[in-house]
Each structure stands twice: as structure tokens, then as C-alpha cells.
Design a protein around this ligand. Structure first.
Ligand SMILES: [Zn+2]
Length: 332
């Protein structure tokens, strides 16, 4: 069974769980915040099993009755909410929160001292769902602990945030991701690309190295970059439409754009192809490096970062992307 030692690079968060379990002061309302595939579910599961473990020395021990039940996914007091109506993004409805959390939480734990609820994709809940959740977060019973998993904590109501201890998943160092990928047989150029777009997440790096959708996004975005200086309006609009159709993947598009300009800046500074991620497209990278000043290139990089910030604050997707592409065309 997995233990805290299997979690790579989240010392602060693990420290919180270990310390607060020892003092019996684990918060009744926790948020684990980190983007998709960054390991929120994995970590919350280990923390829940540890909180229920009966061993005084090592939690989770993997041998006590509680750990055994948890391993068989049959622990009655570790409850992961599931959407009743299946949907692509796995979002819980207000009824799911009412039925699986609010009406269940008053029932005392069956077996353990605690009763732990894991709420996946809490940041995907609509306002009604969040308000229903808030009711329970305001006064949870002494035995209850609620762990919200959030892709983006900014999507949670301030009233929810103020009642929770927020633990954020930190990006993992490149060398650690590389070592992990090597361990599972991914190396060379494939590993380089996966790491470049992993945003410090092992789960993402592993996913990207086998993901067809990502390859498609990569190819589409490269095609746009190759002709950014003379991009016809029809292609620009088609590209923006594709992004709006895949809006949960918009950060992938932006990361590819940013990495491209990072390559351009690297080449401009070193005149060497050695460290380029987009080595196959080096001709276009070199051309852009030669035609633009540092100032112009930095302006594009800043525009990409600003776009990310605006989208995080729920800016309009097609307007933000249109603005960004205009800046790219201007400075190419
Ligand atoms: Zn145990």
C-alpha cells in the first residue's frame, strides 16, 4: 500500500499531515490545491488512510484492520463523493453534495474515530453546489474531516476558502521528474518534451509522453507558430475555435507557445541549438530569433503570462487568445 514516502516532492504538505496527526489537530476542512494530474487524489487517499490508521508509530502502517479495509477500498469511514450522473469533467451536482455529504455527515463513523470525506473537483462545483458544501463546512461534527480537491482554488467561494486550511501542491524539480520517467522507461527527446510541458507534475509528464490529444495540440500550435508573421485570419479564428472547444486544455496551448519563445530567447542568447526543445523546428526558431529584439520577444512572453493570469481570473477565452495572437503577429 502507498505511504507518505511514495509522494515525491511535497514535503510541506506531508509535514502538515504528520504534525497535525500527532497533535490530533488535523483541520476539519482542508483544500488540496493543484492542477489536474498533479496527484491530489493520490495524496488525499494516503492522508485519509493515515488519519484512520490504528498504529501509533507509523501511519499508515498497511497492516492494521483500518489500513486493510482502506486498501480494499471498503473502508466505511473514508468516503469519496461521486457524481450520480456521469459527466465528462466528473463534476458533482448540488444534489450529490446534499445526498452524499450533508445528509450522511450526521451519522457517526461506523468503525474508526474519524469520518473522512474526499470531494473531487471541488473547484468545478457551481455556486449552488458550493453553497450546499458551505453549510456543512460551517459546523462539521467533531469526528468529520472534509478534504476538497481543487484544480484552481480561485474558483472556490471566499467563504469556503476562509473556512479551510489550504495545502498547495508544489512543482517538482526537473531532475526528480526525469529520474521518475527513466524509472518507468521514458527517456531521451520524449522525456525532454514531457518535462518541458509537465509544469512540475510527474502525473502530467507521464501522461503527456503517451497522450494523443497532447500531440495534436502540439502539432496545431507549432503550425500556427511557423507562420505567425503571416497568419491568415481564417486560420487564426480556426485555432481560437479549437482552443475554446478544448478550454480545459488552454494552459497546454499557452505552455507550448511559451516554450517556443523560450527556445527563441535561448537561441538568441547562445547562438546554439543544443538546448532547444523544438529542435525539429530550429529553422523557424532561428529566424524569429534573428528578426526580433530581446525587448520584442520579452513582450510576447509577458503577453503569454498575462493571458494565463487573465484566464485564471475568468477572462473571456476567445478575447484573451485573440489579443495574444495579435501581439505575436506584431512581434514576429
Ligand atoms: Zn494502519
Amino acid at each position: 500500500m502507498n505511504t507518505f514516502e511514495d509522494i515525491i516532492g511535497q514535503d510541506e504538505m506531508i509535514g502538515y499531515f504528520k504534525r497535525s496527526m500527532k497533535n490530533e489537530s488535523v483541520s476539519h476542512a482542508l483544500i488540496i490545491d493543484g492542477e489536474r494530474h498533479s496527484g491530489k487524489k493520490f495524496i488525499s487517499r494516503i492522508a485519509a488512510v493515515a488519519m484512520q490508521c490504528e498504529n501509533e508509530e507509523k501511519k499508515p502502517c498497511g497492516v492494521c484492520r483500518s489500513c486493510k479495509m482502506a486498501e480494499g477500498l471498503s473502508h466505511p469511514d473514508i468516503i469519496t463523493l461521486k457524481p450520480k450522473k456521469e459527466n465528462a469533467r466528473n463534476v458533482l451536482s448540488v444534489d450529490d453534495i446534499r445526498e452524499q455529504l450533508n445528509s450522511d455527515i450526521g451519522i457517526k463513523p461506523y468503525y474508526s474515530k474519524n469520518k473522512i470525506y474526499i470531494i473531487p473537483n471541488a473547484s468545478g462545483l457551481n455556486v449552488q453546489g458550493q453553497n450546499a458544501l458551505l453549510k456543512t463546512l460551517e459546523e462539521p461534527p467533531e469526528y468529520a474531516h472534509i478534504i476538497l480537491l481543487a484544480d484552481n482554488r480561485e474558483d472556490l467561494l471566499p467563504t469556503i476558502l476562509s473556512r479551510c486550511v489550504c495545502l498547495t501542491i508544489k512543482p517538482i524539480a526537473t531532475e526528480k521528474i526525469r529520474a521518475y520517467l527513466e524509472n518507468v522507461g521514458i527517456s531521451g527527446k520524449m522525456a525532454d518534451i514531457a518535462i518541458a510541458f509537465s509544469r512540475g507534475s510527474i502525473g502530467r509528464a507521464q501522461l503527456l509522453s503517451s497522450d494523443e490529444i497532447f500531440s495534436e495540440i502540439l502539432n496545431d500550435t507549432i503550425a500556427i507558430l511557423m507562420e505567425a508573421d503571416k497568419l491568415p485570419m481564417t486560420k487564426e479564428l480556426e485555432f481560437i475555435r479549437k482552443i475554446t472547444d478544448n478550454k480545459e486544455l488552454v494552459n497546454d496551448y499557452l505552455d507550448i507557445l511559451r516554450t517556443w519563445y523560450r527556445d527563441v530567447l535561448v537561441y538568441k542568447a547562445t547562438s546554439s541549438e543544443e538546448d532547444l526543445i523544438f529542435i525539429n523546428e530550429r529553422a523557424a526558431i532561428i529566424k524569429t530569433a534573428n528578426f526580433n529584439t530581446y525587448e520584442e520577444l520579452n513582450k510576447v512572453v509577458n503577453a503569454i503570462d498575462e493571458t494565463k493570469d487573465r484566464l485564471k481570473a475568468n477572462g473571456n477565452l476567445s478575447a484573451c487568445m485573440g489579443l495574444l495572437l495579435d501581439t505575436m503577429k506584431e512581434k514576429h
